[in-house]
Design a protein around this ligand. Structure first.
Ligand code: ASP
Ligand code: MG
Length: 442
């Protein structure tokens, strides 16, 4: 079994949905196809919910009308045969009637409203497959995808329920919704924004798939951020550990959590481009990659906090007290470096910065810098490989570095710099570390 997942842009128009159909029809194996909502739809549904929460019903209804009309345009272009167009039109009319009545109820229906995006995209797509005479079965994610009271996926239940659905109905192609699920109270819920990748990975694990293919709009994971750096290139192969290090650092191609079920079950994840299907893409798998830097990513909006205290000298328990402050304000720490009399760490959530600084002031002298960026180098940095950190730092002789983290994991070197230096640093690293791999590099 192969699991395919197509993101919002891949199903973002009639033309793109046809591309998706061609891609899956090209594969003769048994498959489950997970779809996101049509691009822009989930954002609109979030906005509709926001208006409803603010009692701005007129604005919500206006947006609902606008969204509904966008689907009439899509179905006009998607179906050739009148009876399919009529069916789709009826479906959209009923769906939006339902959304309007949910919006008009006095109770909060936000999660049910949010779920409609994926329900619409999968229904329209499956109807299109029927029109082109490709046999498939639409299975509702709500029949098998569930989270527990801690919002964690119930992997055992998902496996049992999904396999039952598949055994009861023998098809070559199944279509289902990403993102949506039932929660511990049996209510409609979701796996958080961008969660369709997670759905695909959970399904892959549940059916022990041969491969999970995540189709988006770029040619796989790039070795550096193409928005800021020229001469980036897609990586052919990367290990799960390296990919996991990159996912947090804005390598937005894959939802960070989605790597875990695939890695645990040793299912390769292939990242592909719907708009350039012949491009090789990036294969993420359990592998011992050669030593060296595989890819670079950066994350902005980082705050660096330094606590300096002579009480730290030779003392134990100091870091525990520091960490407790962050626990109290539920603020995750990302990077950390220590010396004998000071500790520097970074956070990316400024919500309780004032309170955190106040509390930390009781331990010593506290300074903080905002608008910093973390540059993350992912690769295999096993300590037996010599010269990698020297090569990295050599590229950056012109860039002031505030913190360096090396050795936390074998797969990551992180550097903290000022955001203003980020583009320069990414380019210098690209030239210094990848020159040989860059096609036609000068
Ligand atoms: N439609 C959802 C979102 O936009 C889930 C996804 O696309 O992954 O967040
Ligand atoms: Mg996504």
């Amino acid at each position: 079994m192969i699991v395919f997942k197509f993101g919002g842009t891949s199903v973002g128009s009639a033309e793109n949905m046809k591309k998706v159909a061609a891609i899956i029809n090209d594969c003769n194996e048994k498959k489950i196809v997970v779809l996101s909502a049509v691009s822009g739809t989930t954002n609109s549904l979030v906005q509709i919910n926001d208006y409803l929460a603010l009692h701005k019903k007129e604005d919500a209804l206006f947006l609902i009308d606008k969204l509904e009309n966008s689907y009439y345009q899509l179905i006009k272009e998607l179906y050739n045969l009148t009876n399919y167009h009529t069916k789709a039109k009826l479906f959209i009319e009923n769906k939006f009637k339902e959304i309007r009545s949910l919006a008009n109820e006095p109770i909060k229906n936000d999660k049910i409203i949010l779920a409609q995006g994926e329900i619409i995209s999968t229904n329209l797509f499956q109807l299109y497959l029927t029109e082109i005479e490709k046999d498939s079965l639409l299975i509702s994610a709500l029949d098998f995808m569930s989270i527990d009271a801690h919002e964690e996926p119930e992997q055992g239940n998902i496996k049992a329920k999904l396999n039952k659905v598949l055994n009861d109905n023998n098809y070559q192609t199944y279509i289902t919704q990403g993102f949506i699920c039932l929660n511990a109270n049996n209510e409609i819920d979701n796996l958080k924004r961008g969660g369709s990748d997670y759905t695909a990975s959970l399904i892959g694990a549940a059916v022990n798939a041969e491969e999970i293919q995540i189709w988006t709009d770029i040619d796989g994971m790039h070795n550096n951020d193409p928005r800021f750096v020229d001469n980036t290139f897609p990586i052919d192969e990367i290990s799960f550990d390296e990919a996991a290090e990159l996912a947090y650092f804005g390598a937005k191609i894959l939802h960070p959590q989605s790597i875990i079920p695939a890695q645990k079950n040793n299912i390769p994840v292939l990242l592909k481009n719907t708009f350039n299907p012949t491009a090789k893409g990036t294969l993420i798998k359990n592998c011992n990659n050669s030593i060296g830097v595989r890819a670079i990513a950066a994350k902005d909006g980082i705050i660096a906090i330094k606590i300096k205290s002579y009480r730290m000298l030779m003392a134990y328990g100091f870091l525990k007290n520091v960490f407790e402050v962050f626990e109290k304000y539920q603020t995750p720490i990302d990077m950390i470096t220590t010396s004998e009399i000071a500790v520097s760490l970074t956070i990316d959530n400024p919500k309780y910065l004032k309170e955190i600084i106040e509390d930390l002031n009781t331990f010593g002298n506290v300074e903080y810098d905002v608008d910093m960026s973390i540059v993350c180098l992912a690769g295999n940095f096993s300590h037996s490989g010599k010269g990698i950190s020297a090569a990295v730092l050599n590229c950056l002789t012109d860039v002031p570095i505030r913190m360096i983290s090396y050795g936390g994991s074998q797969y990551n070197i992180s550097l903290l710099i000022e955001k203003n230096d980020k583009i320069k640093a990414l380019n210098l690293l690209n030239q210094g570390l990848f020159a040989e791999s860059i096609p036609h590099a000068v």
